[in-house]
Design a protein around this ligand. Structure first.
Ligand SMILES: *[C@@H]1O[C@H](CO)[C@@H](O)[C@H](O)[C@H]1NC(C)=O
Ligand SMILES: *[C@@H]1O[C@H](CO)[C@@H](O)[C@H](O)[C@H]1NC(C)=O
Ligand SMILES: *[C@@H]1O[C@H](CO)[C@@H](O)[C@H](O)[C@H]1NC(C)=O
Ligand SMILES: *[C@@H]1O[C@H](CO)[C@@H](O)[C@H](O)[C@H]1NC(C)=O
Ligand SMILES: *[C@@H]1O[C@H](CO)[C@@H](O)[C@H](O)[C@H]1NC(C)=O
Ligand SMILES: *[C@@H]1O[C@H](CO)[C@@H](O)[C@H](O)[C@H]1NC(C)=O
Length: 436
């Protein structure tokens, strides 16, 4: 690896050694040396303890060296005097901040070296204007975020160095637009070798671009691959989630009866297996329940702060099922299954409509009555309303409280005010779900 002074700096010093052959040019700021040679204007301000870009540089400067100074920040306007610059050397300074727009005016720039500084946030948008760039050295900084479109306009870029930074991710296609690229240094970054980086593994292994120090392109995460070169990590096949919702009983254009049990099932596929969250928008509120990751007792308790009532209203299972054991008007609303893995997210929604709840007090108490294992006897009920009405009961072929029991089906009964009504099929467990 290169030591502190780059060969380019040494080159500039050679040019300086030859300065005496050319007359010094007026307008060169005091600590710098300006040389006119081969129809190029060089301004050498390297190794001068400069804390800022000097002003008063000749406006036709094409090469500006500010390497090995003490410049801490570059402000918009730092280079307004030298917009003809094609080479800008800023390595080995203390640059921490570059204001947006500072570099964008240098549209002639072919070589830019900001390596060995302390840059954490680079004004990536400025690169859009620098479409003439051929060499871009950003290595040995503190950058952690590399936008996927950062290099999109750099069709002439031949050499890119982003090694020794803090990049953990590189988006797929980041280097795609760089059709002239022949050299890429990306080693010594703390890469997260998850699904999103598999493209880089594949790409680095198949590209013709020279990528030095491949064994130093290593993983900092996840744990099993920590310290391992990306090339030695097994290829992970990954896919973003796809989601399909199904339900029992059928919901299409139906109002479900009050008191029924409803099972929604979220079929979420993807690699890695997506995490499923249910978003329930009902009775004017939005609730979220995370499905448990592993098949356990089966019951996902909603997060803290939920009332006891909510826990009983919804049960999320690891297999993707959301059970609403006892439908009421409060459960009418939109149910969304959200599936996410590290490749992306996806969702699917269904609207659940519930028939009107029983209006009267006496009916309400019956309506909320849960089926009991003992509910196997024929049951006589008084129709409580003053006028003729219909009553609805739910019957099931098994105990609705048992796992794997299908939700009860509705049965409509009619009666006159005050009449006793007998529930048929006394052998089946049942519960009364409402009066209409
Ligand atoms: C740059 O400008 C100076 C005068 O300001 C002139 O003497 C010199 O020839 C110019 N150099 C180039 C390369 O245009
Ligand atoms: C980008 O370059 C164009 C000329 O190509 C210039 O007009 C514009 O001001 C530059 N953008 C910035 C932010 O300087
Ligand atoms: C690697 O990339 C090539 C195309 O660039 C593709 O055909 C191949 O399937 C990829 N390999 C894997 C393991 O995905
Ligand atoms: C969401 O899943 C469906 C299939 O269920 C799929 O067609 C679609 O492409 C997925 N959307 C995204 C953004 O992955
Ligand atoms: C998911 O598990 C629950 C509880 O074990 C069960 O009631 C439900 O039928 C299962 N769903 C599917 C689609 O297997
Ligand atoms: C690595 O990426 C995965 C998937 O995006 C993420 O869950 C994990 O938190 C990341 N690890 C680190 C250390 O950034």
């Amino acid at each position: 690896m290169l030591s502190g002074a780059s060969p380019l700096l040494l080159l500039l010093r050679c040019w300086l050694a030859a300065t005496f052959l050319w007359a010094p040019i007026r307008g060169c700021p005091e600590p710098c040396a300006c040389v006119d040679k081969y129809a190029q204007q060089f301004a050498d301000c390297a190794y001068k303890n400069l804390e800022a870009v000097p002003s008063g540089l000749p406006s036709n400067v094409t090469t500006l060296s500010l390497s090995a100074n003490k410049i801490a920040e570059l402000r918009r306007g730092s280079f307004v005097e030298v917009t003809q610059v094609t080479s800008l050397w800023l390595a080995h300074n203390r640059i921490g901040a570059i204001e947006e727009g500072t570099l964008a005016i240098l549209v002639q720039l072919k070589n830019l070296d900001v390596s060995h500084n302390q840059i954490a946030d680079f004004p990536w948008g400025d690169l859009r204007n620098l479409s003439a760039l051929q060499l871009l050295k950003m290595n040995n900084n503190r950058m952690s975020h590399l936008p996927g479109e950062a290099f999109r306009t750099l069709r002439d870029l031949r050499s890119l160095r982003i090694n020794n930074n803090r990049f953990s991710e590189v988006a797929e296609g980041t280097f795609e637009a760089l059709t002239s690229l022949s050299h890429l240094q990306i080693y010594n970054n703390p890469f997260n070798c998850s699904c999103q980086l598999m493209w880089l593994k594949n790409w680095t292994e198949n590209t013709l671009i020279s990528i030095p120090d491949r064994n130093a392109i290593t993983c900092a995460a996840p744990e099993p691959w920590k310290g391992l070169p990306l090339a030695k990590v097994p290829y992970l096949h990954c896919a973003p989630p796809s989601v399909r919702l199904s339900y029992h009983p059928n919901l299409d254009r139906t109002r479900l009866s009050y008191g029924l049990a409803l099972a929604l099932h979220c079929h979420a596929l993807g690699l890695p297996q997506p995490e499923v969250t249910w978003r329930i928008q009902a009775a004017g509120e939005t609730l979220e329940i995370k499905a448990p990751a592993a098949e356990g007792e089966g019951n996902a308790l909603p997060s803290d702060g939920w009332s006891r009532g909510d826990r009983e209203r919804f049960q999320a299972f690891a297999n993707g099922t959301l059970l609403i054991p006892h439908l009421s008007k409060k459960e009418e609303g939109t149910y969304t299954c959200l599936a996410a893995n590290e490749m992306g997210s996806n969702q699917s929604s269904v609207h659940v409509a519930v028939a009107d709840a029983p209006a009267k007090d006496s009916a309400g108490s019956l309506g909320d009555r849960k089926a009991q294992p003992g509910d196997r006897k024929p049951e006589a009920l008084k129709v409580p309303l003053a006028e003729q009405c219909r009553m609805e009961a739910a019957v099931s072929e098994c105990d609705p409280g048992d796992q794997g029991c299908n939700p009860p089906s509705a049965l409509k009964l009619t009666g006159r005010p005050g009449d006793p009504v007998t529930v048929p099929q006394p052998d089946l467990p049942h519960r009364v779900v409402g009066f209409f």
